[in-house]
Design a protein around this ligand. Structure first.
Ligand code: MTE
Ligand code: CO
Length: 389
């Protein structure tokens, strides 16, 4: 609530004294009044804090860039703290010349800047069997979108010299989980990056300081943090993370494997359960859309659970394998709404309904749930996670 003493025609308290001088905050922080804009986790989801996840507060953000301190975290063995002096990246296997890079070695190489989203394959995984978690932070918050600075992986592979039978890479983290996956060589040579900066500054420890692998458009699990080793081989390794985990068990007992690409998806971030509608009148509906297969070409918004659709306005950069921000404006008179959004990408793919997705994929998997989300807006402005039949 406002303090009348600070409102016109009074002179506000902050206008009567000098503020802090420069240098008082050598590394700036958000306003103390924004203290509720934080990553959050759901304690009952995981057995330990070290192998767990915290979620991006999507409902409190706008535009497409996630601030570094708010990027969701997914660790299988806790946050690793690496002294950059002791950091080494090994590159070996089917190469002419095995190499070991220091961080300084990597920083001396030509570098590129790219904005990409990273989505955990388990994002929205709790929603396969029905509406579960009340808030887009929890249903869709295992995503962030930032600008990476780093070396194209292709460059390192060229330096080492690939043998003619090279087909797959084994990429491995230096954390206690030793997170490791098989990465097809064609992807490595296409757009993968060895990144050390995020939104201009060095990576945060949570995001893999000092070096992480960037695998644009592909599931977050393969974006190895605290990257320690790349081994070149001629076939996949079938590691735990691509057999027992990160495969999608179908209704018939078979499992999809190496489901790398993140399909087109979107979510309305406001209004949503954590940011209800504040009174009747002009209402801006806003959200994020993304596709791991290319560019988002269109986002539609429905106010009535998917019966009628209107094309939303996309504002800001529209980049390959990056988030886009969309808006739809309306007048709200206290009527019930069933808000939905659906993304389309430049391959012609249209984000499916949850029921259509279940028809093909069943409900056994927790991964790759990109179904259309529904938020019910109640007459009092409160918003709830629901499904429409
Ligand atoms: N890399 C290592 N070394 N250890 C990990 O636990 N988690 C993976 C991936 N890379 C992980 C890792 C998973 S499952 C995801 S979704 C992303 O990192 C999460 O990246 P973030 O913490 O930057 O959000
Ligand atoms: Co993940």
């Amino acid at each position: 609530r406002a303090n009348d003493a600070n409102l016109p025609p009074n002179v506000a308290s902050w206008s009567k004294t000098l503020g802090d001088g420069v240098g008082v905050r050598p590394y700036g922080k958000p306003s103390p009044f924004e203290k509720d804009v934080v990553r959050r986790d759901v304690q009952w989801l995981t057995a330990s804090r070290e192998s767990s996840v915290s979620f991006t507060p999507l409902h409190d953000l706008d535009g497409i860039i996630t601030p570094n301190g708010l990027c969701f975290e997914r660790h299988h063995g806790g946050i690793t703290e690496i002294d950059p002096h002791d950091y080494r990246l090994m590159l070996h296997g089917l190469v002419d010349k095995p190499l070991i890079f220091t961080l300084e070695d990597l920083k001396r190489l030509p570098r590129v800047n790219r904005i990409y989203f990273l989505e955990c394959a388990a994002n929205s995984g709790m929603e396969w069997r029905g509406a579960q978690l009340n808030g887009c932070q929890y249903t869709h918050g295992m995503i962030h979108c930032v600008m990476y600075t780093g070396v194209p992986l292709k460059l390192l592979l060229e330096q080492a010299g690939l043998k003619t039978n090279a087909k797959w890479l084994h990429v491995e983290g230096g954390d206690s989980s030793g997170m490791n996956r098989s990465l097809p060589l064609h992807k490595a040579l296409d757009d993968c990056m060895i990144a050390y900066r995020q939104n201009g500054e060095m990576l945060r420890p949570e995001q893999g300081y000092p070096v992480r692998l960037v695998v644009p458009g592909w599931e977050g699990n393969i974006w190895i943090k605290w990257l320690r080793r790349i081994k070149v081989g001629d076939e996949p390794w079938y590691t735990r993370e691509e057999t027992s985990k990160y495969t999608d068990l179908l209704e018939n007992g078979k499992a999809r494997k190496f489901t790398f690409e993140m399909d087109a998806k979107s979510v309305i971030t406001s209004p949503s359960p954590q940011v209800p509608v504040k009174g009747k009148g002009f209402l801006v509906i806003s959200g994020l859309a993304w596709s791991g297969r290319g560019k988002v070409t269109r986002v539609d918004v429905s106010l009535d659970g998917g019966r009628n659709w209107r094309t939303a306005k996309i504002d800001g950069p529209v980049l390959d394998k990056s988030c886009v921000r969309f808006y739809a404006e309306t007048e709200w008179n206290g009527q019930e709404l069933l808000l939905q959004s659906r993304a389309m990408d430049d391959t012609g793919y249209v984000q499916p309904t949850k029921d259509d997705l279940r028809k093909i994929r069943g409900v056994n998997s927790i991964y790759h749930n990109n179904g259309i989300q529904t938020w019910a807006v109640k007459p009092n402005g409160e918003v709830e996670n629901v499904e429409v039949g």
